[in-house]
Design a binder for this molecule. Structure first.
Ligand code: CA
Length: 378
């Protein structure tokens, strides 16, 4: 069932230790179910809100499923066959079940809060940056927090990892905000908007204005403001990854973060975001995925990707505007935090990157990133 719902996630899960495969897989399927309820815009609100809020209780009801809910055929199948997910959840250790149930409860309540707000305010229902952070916390930060609790519960990571909720939250926010920025056009087309008015309102009267004026300096300034906001989470991501001890968990967590920064570096100062889908090169995705296996390599990628921002806009130009100065500070902080490990990689006597060639494994890797470049966005 997992394979059908997400081919990309099936590949990623296989890399985890056996102990974590089932809990992480069930966690993913349950949250995917919740997300299918949230994203189905044809599902009447009077039914949607209670289902979001009590979805965690369905995990305790053997045989429960629901027909015709979900925004794609595969997700509707997942919901119609949800009675097959429940026994798999029930078979997990109690400590894993507790985490999955608690996160599903909190995420469902948060999604319901924003669905209600969306119905009241219509497009542009995310007004303040504070609310934007809160929405991203519900749909992505909680995933980071839940995963950390699963990691610690497995014994593969120290109990401390589960306690660093602010860092885990930032890991989720960094990924979610990157997707929200990149998917501006797609979300506009689907009548879902997540860019906060507190930011876009400084550049235009309506959020769809940027798509209608894809060449305007105001559109570019707004985009760069959104990217600057996302970059502020980078130091927490570096700190979170530094805590991890298990090589498999490390890769599971690090690869999406490096991909996200590569995406942000690509969309930054790039008006193509307002015209179509912006993707990072598949060759780079594969290279990064194969090499991103220790903290020094993460430093190396974070450091060189941060430098790409400065290559697009010189520091002296950034310093001229208020938002640019914040961007510069964020970029310089990221570069300082990652300088040491990055230098070590550059000095390695056997400094060689595994360069992708087309083999069976790599073809799978390419296919994986071709799918995940569009991301599963919560
Ligand atoms: Ca969603």
């Amino acid at each position: 069932m997992l394979h059908k719902v997400s081919r990309s996630f099936t590949v990623v899960i296989q890399q985890l230790d056996d102990e974590l495969k089932d809990p992480v897989c069930i966690f993913y399927l349950v949250l995917r179910g919740l997300d299918s309820v949230e994203d189905d815009m044809t599902f009447p609100l009077e039914n949607k809100l209670p289902l979001l809020r009590c979805f965690y209780e369905k995990l305790e009801q053997p045989g429960w499923n629901i027909e015709n809910v979900g925004d794609s055929p595969d997700y509707r199948d997942l919901m119609a066959d949800f009675d097959r997910v429940i026994p798999a959840y029930q078979a997990l250790k109690p400590e894993y079940r507790a985490v999955i149930s608690d996160i599903t409860k909190r995420m469902g309540a948060g999604m319901a809060e924003f669905a209600e707000l969306g119905a009241k305010l219509g497009k542009g229902s995310v007004v303040s940056v504070e609310k934007y952070n809160l929405y991203c916390h519900y749909v992505a930060g909680l995933v980071g927090i839940g995963l950390s609790q699963l990691f610690s519960a497995s014994g593969l990571e120290a109990p401390e990892v589960a306690k660093q909720e602010k860092l885990a939250n930032s890991m989720g926010l960094f990924l979610q905000k990157t997707n929200i920025i990149r998917d501006y056009l797609e979300d506009q087309d689907q009548e879902r908007t997540w860019w906060p008015q507190e930011i876009w309102g400084q550049y235009a009267d309506t959020l769809d204005w940027f798509g209608k004026h894809p060449d305007s300096p105001k559109s570019l300034a707004c985009l760069n403001h959104m990217v600057t906001d996302a970059l502020a989470h980078l130091p927490d991501c570096v700190a979170y990854l530094s805590m991890l001890k298990s090589p498999t968990i490390f890769e599971f967590c690090a690869v999406p973060q490096v991909m996200a920064l590569a995406t942000l570096a690509k969309v930054y100062n790039n008006l193509a975001v307002f015209r179509g889908v912006v993707k990072i090169r598949k060759g780079f995705s594969c290279e990064m995925m194969l090499n991103c296996n220790d903290m020094d390599m993460v430093h190396y990628y974070f450091n060189s990707l941060s430098a790409e921002f400065l290559a697009k806009t010189p520091a002296a130009d950034l310093a001229k505007s208020t938002v640019g100065a914040v961007a510069l500070k964020n970029i310089e902080t990221a570069m300082r935090l990652t300088q040491e490990g990055s230098d070590r990689v550059r000095k390695r006597s056997n400094y060689k990157f595994i360069v992708p060639v087309v083999t069976g494994v790599l073809a799978a890797a390419v296919a994986y990133y071709a799918v995940s470049a569009r991301g599963p966005k919560a």
